[in-house]
Design a binder for this molecule. Structure first.
Ligand SMILES: *Cc1c(COP(=O)(O)O)cnc(C)c1O
Length: 407
């Protein structure tokens, strides 16, 4: 009896690299699959489902409202679209053509990254401001309020802040200036979980909209995400994502939609292609409730225990030194096992790259975190590593090291 994936001829990979999208993101708990299964075999009104989702998300995040998107990247596009169009049906219909409306979105230079494309997709024009004195090693200064202030003009529609980016300015400092000018502040917090306290943190620090990935640490469906924040902005985003093949005489809009401020029934918006299914909405809500209720210290202990056992299995390897990086207050939220590659403790990036290639080509492919490959440091991240795969991970690593050494 072969499994569906076996019949497709697609190997199951051992993922010690974290909840990487290209490796399929998170692994879902049976309860989450059960919520998706129930939704999959039921017909529901999608507006009612998103409205219920908003109430649950609001309760768990402290935001006024929330919406399930098809990912954090889609959430960024919808957030920009909400800031550009508001409740204006004509602007919604025009996007991504943003001519004639304020469409400049400010970002700190040190926050620019390849998800900027998601903002531009809505029609936003990114203006990067400030400098990179610290990053360039040229100076001691971060970006000051006057630098943000002087960049704001009548064409400015929003400010986008990437949580976790280094350099620049604090979120609170940016929020103070941006709000003084009546502009919305969007925060990309896609991968800023755990800790679960971050579900509330960015809204509490002044964000008007925040995006999170559903398919990373929350443990929801890979193609899901959260957009949370101010009710009117989340409502506009929802409207620009919903299917709008409705009869204006019978349309029952979601509770978040402020029909009093709409001059008519909008057409399909910029987000229509970012459809979320009822399965994703149910699955992400179930995963979010489990994530918010989890005992994080116990979870970190369980991960640490497994990483200790994996490190024991790798002891005595001449090419590898394993160092446990513990989770702790003020430090990292997820423990990791750092693998320093090189003979006699000399970092060997070429050997690290060769090891990764070999691991990925094995019959049971293994993926390690490669963020620091250039320093000859690989890492085992337990977030998407199934406990059933721990032994196979060690065996795969030992086999690849043996092959590298010609043993
Ligand atoms: C992963 C990530 C995204 C995209 O998230 P998806 O849910 O995969 O769309 C956006 N921004 C940052 C900073 C991320 O890490």
């Amino acid at each position: 009896m072969s499994s569906f994936l076996d019949r497709l001829g697609v190997p199951r990979r051992i993922n010690a690299a974290g909840t990487l999208t290209r490796l399929g993101g998170s692994l879902m708990a049976p309860e989450v699959l059960e919520a998706m299964r129930e939704a999959a075999s039921s017909s529901v009104d999608m507006a009612e489902l998103q409205s219920a989702a908003s109430r649950r998300i609001a309760a768990l995040t402290g935001a006024e409202a929330g919406l399930v998107t098809s990912g954090a990247s889609a959430g960024l596009t919808l957030a920009a679209a909400a800031c550009l169009a508001g409740w204006d049906a004509a602007r919604m219909a025009a996007l991504p053509d943003s001519r004639g409306m304020p469409a400049r979105v400010l970002m700190l230079r040190t926050h620019r990254n390849s998800y900027d494309h998601a903002l531009r997709l809505a029609g936003a024009q990114i203006v990067d401001i400030g400098h990179n004195d610290r990053g360039a090693g040229a100076g001691v200064r971060g970006v000051e309020p006057w630098e943000i202030e002087s960049a704001i003009d009548a064409q400015t529609a929003a400010f986008v802040f990437v949580a976790g980016a280094s350099g620049g300015a604090s979120l609170a400092a940016v929020a103070e200036v941006v709000h003084r000018h009546g502009l919305p502040l969007i925060v990309d917090a896609a991968a800023q979980l755990p800790p679960a306290s971050n579900l509330r943190r960015f809204v509490a620090e002044g964000a008007d909209l925040v995006v999170f990935s559903g398919g990373k640490a929350i443990g929801g469906p890979q193609a899901s995400g959260l957009l949370i924040g101010r009710r009117a902005l989340v409502g506009s985003a929802l409207l620009q994502m919903m299917d709008m093949d409705v009869h204006p005489a019978t349309w029952a809009p979601a509770a978040l939609v402020d029909t009093g401020r709409l001059r008519g029934t909008p057409l399909h918006g910029i987000g229509r292609g970012f459809k979320v299914g009822k399965e994703e909405i149910a699955g992400l809500l179930c995963a979010l409730e489990r994530f918010a209720a989890r005992d994080e210290a116990a979870q970190a202990d369980a991960w640490t225990k497994r990483l200790h056992a994996i490190a024991d299995g790798l002891r005595g390897q001449p090419l590898l030194r394993a160092v446990l990086r513990e989770a702790g207050p003020g430090g990292r939220a997820v423990p990791g096992l750092e693998l320093q590659v090189g003979a006699d403790g000399r970092p060997d990036p070429a050997a690290a790259a060769a090891l990764c290639r070999r691991l990925q080509a094995q019959a049971r492919p293994v993926h390690l975190a490669e963020d620091r490959l250039d320093e000859a440091v690989l890492a085992i991240n337990p977030l998407a590593l199934s406990p059933q795969d721990d032994a196979a991970l060690v065996a795969g690593l030992v086999a690849a090291l043996d092959a590298t050494l010609g043993r």
